[in-house]
Design a protein around this ligand. Structure first.
Ligand code: ASP
Ligand code: MG
Length: 434
């Protein structure tokens, strides 16, 4: 008997009809002879609505109370789901995060899981029940308070449950078919990936791909959990996210793999695009030791998440240099203001805040052993007349910053250049992938 963890996102349980569809799916999995543990998100946009409500009554709600409020969203869906399963003739029991033994740090709104003690879940499974767990929440032992894991945290709940219960697979259901070589709404010929390595998935997620949350993939990688990202609306296989040394699960199922076996892995797994970043350029910084340190001391005080940094050799004026960096759009105005306020002290000439940029990243583990990978990217962009503003690389990624108006065209060109195009247009649902 296998143990399967299934996670359903908010869009999969948005209303009564959807909950019935999900319940049927869970019951089918149970009746096929598996133990089933489910992590569920709050219905539809519940979390956003609760946040709006909180802000309507208090300008900056107390973090402890906010977690009390937000964690209630998942309690609604878990109870409704359990009831629906009962009406389909199966035994099901719902548990809050703390009942499920999700022990976290005390950081309200961004707690991290430190331990999972699923004693009650094991008991329920032993009694033959389907287990439903409220996602996105836990409990801190010292403060004895309810915590939440940060937006999108139900993915992490599911993976942590899978790790703690030694599940065979953690299925993450959403309204898209799996992980694509690029966002199909931008690149119509994007293909669904059958498998992707956790390492590649982390880079894709960190650079704009939204189907799986980074923290969940990190957790899965560390604890060797097999993730299967798939759609609530079909029974097709989605994308398996494989940890290091994990066998392709399609082999165990005896699928015909003749088109995969013996072939070299593609150098590039996918193309990620990101419109959430802005660029700040500090123009005419004195080209002396300590300038960058002084600037980034100010930046880090603001708590901003810096992504790329580029320093030019020299700007138009001798003895000076320009430093550009990217950061989330919503953090940019504050950082720009802070730096401006200290312009005299930092000694730079001017500052440019630009939020019309887009970032395109090409990701693939095969880059380690292949040369000329970035050249293909640069060629594809240049032959389409697209200008590159910044470049950064990691071992398995090349990223460029472009004008945001060039991003879609660039994604299509680059996707074609790396031979990623499929034969048919991908089915695009109105969905969000959540
Ligand atoms: N309901 C929470 C959110 O919307 C957690 C989740 O959906 O994973 O962020
Ligand atoms: Mg949600």
């Amino acid at each position: 008997m296998a143990l399967i963890v299934q996670k359903f996102g908010g869009s999969s349980v948005a209303d009564a009809e959807s909950i019935k569809r999900v319940a049927k799916r869970i019951v089918d999995t149970r009746r096929a002879g598996n133990d089933v543990v489910v992590a569920v998100s709050a219905m539809g946009d519940t979390t956003d609505e609760l946040l709006d409500l909180a802000r309507a009554v208090a300008p900056s709600p107390a973090p402890r109370e906010l977690d009390m409020l937000l964690s209630s969203g998942e309690r609604i869906s878990m109870a409704l789901l359990a009831m629906t399963i009962h009406s389909l003739g199966c035994e099901a029991r719902s548990f809050t995060g703390s009942q499920a033994g999700m022990i976290t740090t005390a950081d309200h709104g961004s707690a991290r899981i430190v331990d999972v003690t699923p004693v009650r879940l094991r008991e329920a499974l032993d009694d033959g029940a389907i287990v439903i767990v409220a996602g996105f929440q836990g409990f801190n032992r010292d403060t004895r308070d309810i915590t939440t894991l940060g937006r999108g945290g139900s993915d992490t709940t599911a993976v942590a449950l899978a790790a703690a219960l030694d599940a065979d697979v953690c299925e993450i259901y959403s309204d898209v078919d799996g992980i694509f070589t690029c966002d199909p709404r931008v690149v119509p010929l994007a293909r669904k990936l059958d498998v992707v390595s956790a390492e590649e998935m982390l880079e894709l997620a960190a650079n704009g791909a939204k189907v799986l949350y980074i923290r969940a993939v990190e957790y899965a990688r560390r604890h060797n959990v097999l993730i299967h990202a798939r759609s609530t609306f079909t029974s097709n296989e989605g994308t398996y996210v494989l940890g290091e040394g994990m066998a392709d699960p399609r082999l165990a199922k005896g699928e015909d793999m003749s088109d995969v076996i013996g072939k070299e892995e593609p150098v590039v797994a996918g193309v990620a695009i990101d419109r959430s970043q802005a660029k700040i350029t500090v123009v005419g910084v004195p080209d002396v030791p300590g300038s960058a340190a002084a600037i980034f001391t100010r930046v880090s005080k603001s708590g901003a998440n810096i992504d790329m940094i580029v320093q030019n050799v020299q700007s138009a004026s001798p003895g000076h240099t320009d430093i550009s960096f990217t950061l989330p759009k919503e953090q940019a105005p504050d950082v720009a203001k802070q730096l401006k306020a200290e312009q005299d002290e930092l000694g730079f000439q001017s500052l440019v805040h630009d939020d019309q940029i887009g970032k395109l990243s090409v990701v693939g583990a095969g880059m380690r052993s292949h040369s000329g990978v970035s050249l293909t990217l640069f060629d594809a962009l240049s032959s389409n007349g697209i200008n590159i503003e910044m470049i950064s690389t990691s071992e398995i990624r090349v990223s460029v910053v472009l004008r945001d108006t060039d991003l879609d065209k660039a994604a299509r060109a680059v996707h074609t250049a790396y031979g990623l195009d499929g034969d048919v247009e991908a089915t695009v649902y109105a969905g969000t992938g959540r």
